[in-house]
Write a protein that binds this ligand. Structure first.
Ligand code: BES
Ligand code: MN
Ligand code: MN
Length: 449
């Protein structure tokens, strides 16, 4: 089971970089082959205007409920590659504090190849034991890390093919290996690139400095004004649609065993930041954010160059919570950002990604099945938690197919997804493979046709 996952991890299926397009397609073929040999039928690699989608299914009985398993085989770029202790696409098992049984180090090990592959191996195990309690359909895409831009169209035009009773996704995490949890909410995303242009060319900072508008200085001032002293986002109308949690809901969240001290230590910071009326844990899950993801302009090479740049650019993400709408937020941001620009510069705002926030029910047969399955294999009832991350397609499954999702992830927040040295616990990988079949057993029993 590890060797086969390692073969998939060796393929650098980086969706963001066109230089890896052939590897992305090769990875789709490898996933399709693994589904076939696990026992799936009608396995297809489907072309899109972007990267291919892998489909496959296992039909057990017309009377059984149908589960649509979603995952992604594409990965984030490995950069900065110098910070990896071992090459990103040469998987290796090493022991860590959080993973005394060992963890698989490789780009995509946790997000999401390792978690997606648990479903392939769970299918194989169920088929070989002659006990597959539900009909299962698989949709494994290659564009999640770049915003799933072609998947909506595919779902729209394949409603019948994808019809199911619930969606099951392992692309999130658990609280800790001794504290199982089920994610019941994801944040949405509005991601923009802003460009501020001053003079028509780079200028001598001595000859022109003092009068020429400096786009880097101005961009920095504009960005700092996007939050007030209490770290509230100042974009007009930004909080209008934010759903406030009830005090009962906030108390339930506060019971999660989140240690602020351990969290600070884990990322080596001496203090958290954020809105004063919310705990650090709440700020990372139930509150919206605004973060600069990258900023550049002017001279950044060795030594010093005296220059006033013509252009400064930044990439900005806003994580959104129910019921914020990413299109509305992008419009509000664009209007606000243009409004606060001094007349000495030109401003351009380009939309990069949009994703809707999602909340999933905890009173459904599917949620109960997931909770019972985890209780069985972890020996403990999982706690419901809201996550700060985004999975754009979850809202689409609901909007287009009317399907709710169960977020059945097994990673840890400390697994360094998107970072150098991403890893996935060997314990987590096998615990997932062990737990998934129990989900199907319970769902076949609890689901009413
Ligand atoms: N699997 C993650 C999202 C995630 C991780 C949610 C852990 C909850 C817990 C997913 O692959 C991801 O990285 N999503 C992107 C979406 C973006 C590229 C549109 C994100 O959240 O930045
Ligand atoms: Mn993912
Ligand atoms: Mn990701």
């Amino acid at each position: 089971m590890l060797d086969e996952l390692f073969d998939i991890l060796r393929i650098p299926s980086v969706s963001a970089d066109p230089a890896f397009a052939v590897d992305v397609s090769r990875c789709a073929e490898a996933v399709a082959a693994s589904l076939k040999s696990a026992g799936a039928s009608n396995v297809e690699v489907i072309k899109t205007p972007g990267h291919p989608i892998v489909f496959g299914e296992y039909q057990t009985s017309v009377d059984a409920p149908t589960v649509l398993v979603y995952g992604h085989y594409d990965v984030q770029p490995p950069d900065p590659i110098d910070l990896w202790d071992n090459p990103a696409f040469e998987p290796i098992i090493k022991v860590t504090d959080k993973h005394p049984e060992g963890a698989i180090f490789a780009r995509g090990s946790c997000d999401d190849k390792g978690q997606m592959f648990m479903h392939v191996k769970a299918l194989e195990a169920m088929v070989s034991q002659g006990d597959v309690p539900c009909n299962i359909k698989f949709i494994i895409e290659g564009e999640e890390e770049v915003g799933s831009s072609h998947l909506d169209d595919f779902i729209e035009s394949n409603k019948e093919k994808l019809s199911a009773d619930v969606v099951l996704v392992s692309d999130t995490g658990i609280f800790a290996n001794d504290t199982p949890s089920i994610t019941v909410g994801l944040r949405g995303l509005s991601y923009v690139e802003v460009e501020v242009t001053g003079p028509n060319r780079d200028l001598h900072s001595g000859l022109y400095g003092g009068s020429a508008p400096n786009p880097i200085n101005i961009l920095a001032e504009m960005i700092s004004s996007l939050k007030d002293e209490d770290q509230r986002i100042t974009v007009d109308g930004f909080y209008d649609d934010v759903l406030e949690l009830t005090s009962d809901e906030r108390e339930a969240m506060a019971r999660a065993p989140f240690s602020e001290e351990a969290h600070k230590a884990s990322i080596d910071i001496s203090a958290h930041e954020g809105e004063s009326n919310y705990t650090p844990y709440e700020r990372m899950s139930i509150r919206p954010t605004l973060d600069v993801n990258g900023i550049w302009g002017g001279y950044t090479g060795d030594g010093a160059k005296t220059v006033i740049a013509s252009v400064a650019t930044a990439k900005i993400s806003m994580r959104l919570v129910p019921h914020q709408n990413h299109e509305t937020i992008t419009k509000l941001f664009t209007k606000h950002f243009k409004k606060i620009a001094p007349s000495s510069v030109k401003v351009k705002v380009t939309e990069m990604h949009g994703a809707s926030p999602a909340i999933t029910p905890t009173d459904s047969p599917a949620y109960h099945s997931a909770a019972l399955a985890m209780k069985h294999t972890f020996g403990k009832e999982p706690i419901p938690v809201r996550s700060g991350g985004s999975i754009p397609i979850v809202a689409s499954f609901e909007r287009i197919l009317g399907l709710k999702t169960v977020l059945f992830g097994f990673g840890l927040d400390s697994d360094a997804i998107h970072s150098p040295n991403e890893h996935y616990g060997v314990f987590n990988y096998f615990k997932g493979i062990e737990t998934i079949p129990h989900f199907y057993t319970h769902f076949a029993q609890l689901h009413e046709k």
